[in-house]
Design a protein around this ligand. Structure first.
Ligand code: FAD
Length: 477
């Protein structure tokens, strides 16, 4: 008998519990992907996520074909398509891996109930997290709101993590079972539209093999000295696994097992532990979103309910988006994002602080732009990152943490290599002028005539104004 394996953001064959469960039950899995972006509304996948997904689905199909199967692509209402596929294949049950966004949880519950009502098996598994969001509780039985105790507890569960290998062969789905072409999902920019993603693909290889290659490259390279190097945006000092983790092309369990399998010298253990802690932040983000599902739109800290955000000036918001603020580290980050679909974490914090503190725009404006432009756009991590930066989150940066972009540039990009890479119009300036070119107006007029002479907002005055507004909101309490 057949079983449907409903792929969503678990686009891999190794360590895929839903796929394995179907095989273990002695059923022939029919791999299915149903494109139904409306069901994730209001957070339908953004443009950068869609172009990634397009490639990831093609990679999954190729991996399935290499094992004798193929991916059945459909589009439309998930439940209606699953029911249709059950009728077409005679499948007796449906297997999938869980998602944790509120809209997906609601949809999946509805699907599960409907399938069971039809007398079908409906079974979900955990493929995305090291530990389920409901499995970690404080002594009082409450969800955690602070990272450190959360991770101290969750970290203890990471013993004997054994991801499963990919099946070597898979049965072919029933002959003649209809599938859309990948082009039929409309994930790529339509013909005639600018191919803004063209620059992405020298940086990224979506799919399971690309994810494994990055993990191995990380273990050979950036994990050494990760604790220090991870803050330096001009180099490959981190794993860049975030989009692969988001789409489930690799599981955190696989990453952990590979990290712990190494015979690490004593000095590397701290780097490995620090990296595990970053995976812990990912777990924490999902924990928060599960327990506080409003956090994608609303401040987690209720003291900000009536906070006096500034009404965005469309020209200034556009300058931030396109990297034309006149503040080099901010602009370099925003251009890296546009060109590659990714931005270094240190610079994400600086650009977010600039938007929410110096411009004092609601973090949602930033979260929405990131949502559309990041290939790793992830509702849990993005909401957490923005609320942390804005100071409105559960375990947020203190309100007086307002990053000074020039100070951050001097500290983490001291030779200006990152700024020069993304802002070629500043390449001719001497190193010491790159962090705050407006302090060298004469030089800039001569050597960087194409760059704004002054920042769109006075950094010092806006910092003072933000401090006053934040302490007025009671955030200082
Ligand atoms: P590494 O340093 O190699 O870390 C390994 C993995 O740990 C990452 O792939 C990621 O899954 C996880 N991780 C690392 N840092 C964090 C963190 N601070 N919070 C949660 N998980 C983390 N991350 C996303 O995956 N999607 C987002 O939409 C996203 N939006 C963000 C928005 C803002 C304003 C900020 C400040 C951070 C955001 N982050 C987001 C977190 C972080 O910037 C990225 O996960 C990280 O830069 C990815 O690069 P990496 O894979 O090389 O990280």
């Amino acid at each position: 008998a057949h079983a449907l394996v409903w792929f969503r953001r678990d686009l891999r064959l190794a360590d895929n519990p839903a796929l394995l469960a179907a095989l273990d039950a002695g059923l022939a899995p029919v791999p299915v992907y149903i494109h139904a972006p409306e069901e994730e509304s209001p957070w339908e996948p953004g443009a950068a996520s869609r172009v990634w997904l397009d490639r990831s689905l093609r990679a999954l199909d190729a991996d399935l074909r290499a094992r004798g199967s193929r991916l059945i692509l459909r589009r439309g209402d998930s439940l209606a398509e699953l029911e249709r596929l059950v009728a077409e294949t005679g499948a007796v049950s449906v297997y999938w891996n869980r998602l944790y966004e509120p809209a997906c949880i609601a949809r999946d519950r509805r699907v599960e109930r409907a399938l069971r009502a039809l007398g079908l098996g409906a079974e979900s598994h955990n493929a995305a997290l090291l530990i389920e969001p409901w499995a970690v509780k404080t002594g009082q039985g409450e969800p955690y709101r602070v990272f450190t105790p959360f991770w101290r507890k969750a970290r203890q569960t990471l013993v004997d993590v054994r991801p499963a290998d990919a099946p070597v062969r898979l049965p072919a789905p029933p002959e003649g079972l209809a599938s859309l072409e990948a082009d039929g999902l409309g994930l790529r920019p339509p013909p005639g539209q600018p191919r803004w993603d063209r620059g992405f693909w020298s940086f990224w290889t979506p799919g399971e093999a690309g994810a494994q290659d990055l993990l191995e490259a990380f273990l050979d390279g950036a994990v050494h000295g990760y604790r220090e190097q991870r803050n330096l945006p001009d180099r490959v000092g981190t794993s860049r696994l975030s989009p692969h983790l988001h789409f489930g092309e690799i599981s955190p369990r696989q990453v952990v097992a590979r990290l712990r399998g190494g015979e690490w010298p004593a000095e590397l253990r701290q780097d490995v532990e620090h990296f595990l802690g970053e995976l812990g932040w990912r777990e924490f983000g999902h924990h928060l979103l599960f327990h506080f599902p409003h956090m994608a739109q609303e401040n987690l800290d209720p003291r900000f309910r009536r906070f006096a955000w500034a009404e965005p000036d469309p020209a200034l918001l556009a300058a931030w988006r396109r990297g034309r603020t006149g503040v080099p580290l901010v602009d370099a980050g925003m251009r890296e994002l546009w060109a590659t679909g990714w931005m270094h974490n240190r610079v994400r914090m600086v650009t977010a602080s600039f938007l929410t503190k110096n411009l004092r725009y609601h973090w949602r404006h930033g979260a929405e732009w990131f949502w559309n432009t990041l290939v790793d756009a992830d509702l849990a991590n993005n909401s957490q990152g923005w609320q942390w930066s804005a100071g409105t989150g559960a375990d947020a940066a203190p309100y007086f943490r307002i990053f000074s972009p020039p100070a951050q540039a001097r500290k983490f990009d001291p030779r200006g290599a990152y700024i020069r890479r993304w802002l070629p119009e500043l390449a001719g300036l001497p190193d010491e002028a790159l962090a705050a070119p407006w302090e060298h107006a004469e030089l800039c007029r001569r050597l960087a005539p194409d760059y704004p002479l002054r920042p769109i907002v006075d950094l010092k005055a806006s910092r003072e104004a933000a401090l006053a507004a934040y302490s007025g909101a009671g955030a200082a309490a």
